[in-house]
Write a protein that binds this ligand. Structure first.
Ligand code: FAD
Length: 284
């Protein structure tokens, strides 16, 4: 099945895009998670969201969820690892699943932290963001997983069935659910090193000899997600219509630039959706 519009990200930008595209009768698929956005549920009090003075992030999330439910918009719980422009349509990869859409809206937010030294240099040369995609490359090899979220534990468990040794470096203090053969190292990653390919992960108090490093964050860099997309620093370059350099590919919210705000994200989600609708209508 080919969707009209695939929307990646269930924060305010993605939800607003999904609502507006649905109102315009487009067949959409919205990718995200049950919490909608970690940055939403974590906010203690929000004073600048129109109509909801002093609302907690959790309560605003519940309101967004009710809105989606009322409009019968479902969230497909999958992490999209790559988006490929196929000319007339887009192919979206989520592990071993493939989705197709005629237009795509990127609403993936940004990671506030900087990439680890060496992360971008060795991307595809030992650094990966998707265990399901890359695990076969590490059969009987040593890997380290730097985990910023719970999904990282699932990926580490999967890798530990294939790799000869799996290290897990947790970047949060929550309880871990890991296979027994995984070695947990509570340390801080400083640099990913190598020659042509990765061979070392330097931590604050020790070095690990590894063949691969998986950096599992909520959102990956736009260039890793959408090959060929133009960026400005960590942001996707967009024009006033939220169009990227790739025809049919739109971006909105934090991933499209500052200020990082809920209302601006929701507004840009609406602009992206309406322009994606115009793009599709012009193609008819
Ligand atoms: P996000 O909210 O980051 O949502 C992106 C979603 O996409 C996430 O759920 C992510 O998991 C998902 N995603 C990413 N990549 C993929 C993928 N490949 N496949 C599937 N899903 C993916 N702003 C204000 O205006 N007022 C405030 O009071 C305020 N308080 C804040 C308090 C805190 C503690 C924090 C952290 C932020 C606060 N902000 C506030 C900023 C606000 O949270 C962000 O600007 C806003 O959430 C951005 O929305 P977004 O939809 O662009 O991205």
């Amino acid at each position: 099945m080919r969707y009209d519009i695939a929307i990646i990200g269930s924060g305010p930008a993605g939800i607003s895009a999904a609502i507006n595209a649905t109102i315009r009768n487009k067949k959409i698929i919205l990718f995200g998670n049950d919490d909608l956005s970690a940055k939403l549920v974590k906010a203690p009090s929000i004073d600048n969201y129109l109509g909801f003075y002093d609302i907690s992030g959790k309560d605003l999330k519940d309101k967004f969820k009710t809105h989606l439910d009322e409009m019968k918009i479902e969230i497909t719980k999958a992490k999209i690892n790559n988006v490929y422009s196929m000319g007339d349509y887009f192919s979206l990869m989520a592990g071993d699943e493939i989705f197709e859409s005629s237009a795509v809206i990127i609403a993936t937010g940004v990671e506030y932290g900087k990439p680890i030294k060496g992360e971008e240099e060795f991307l595809g040369k030992g650094v990966g963001y998707c265990a399901t995609c890359d695990a076969p490359l590490y059969r009987d090899k040593k890997v380290a997983v730097i985990g910023y979220n719970h999904e990282a534990e699932e990926d580490a468990n999967f890798l530990s069935e294939i790799a000869s040794k799996t290290y897990f470096i947790p970047m949060h203090k929550n309880e871990l659910n890991l296979n027994e053969n995984i070695e947990v190292i509570k340390d801080f990653p400083l640099e990913i090193k190598g020659d042509k390919l990765v061979n070392k992960l330097q931590l604050r108090s020790q070095d690990l000899d590894v063949d691969g490093v998986f950096v599992m964050k909520d959102s990956a860099s736009p260039k890793a997600l959408v090959p060929g997309i133009e960026t400005e620093g960590v942001h996707i370059k967009v024009n006033i219509n939220m169009e990227t350099n790739i025809p049919g590919c739109f971006a909105c919210g934090d991933c499209a630039g500052k200020p990082y705000q809920y209302l601006k994200s929701a507004g840009q989600g609406q602009i992206a959706a309406l322009n994606a609708v115009s793009y599709l209508d012009k193609k008819k």
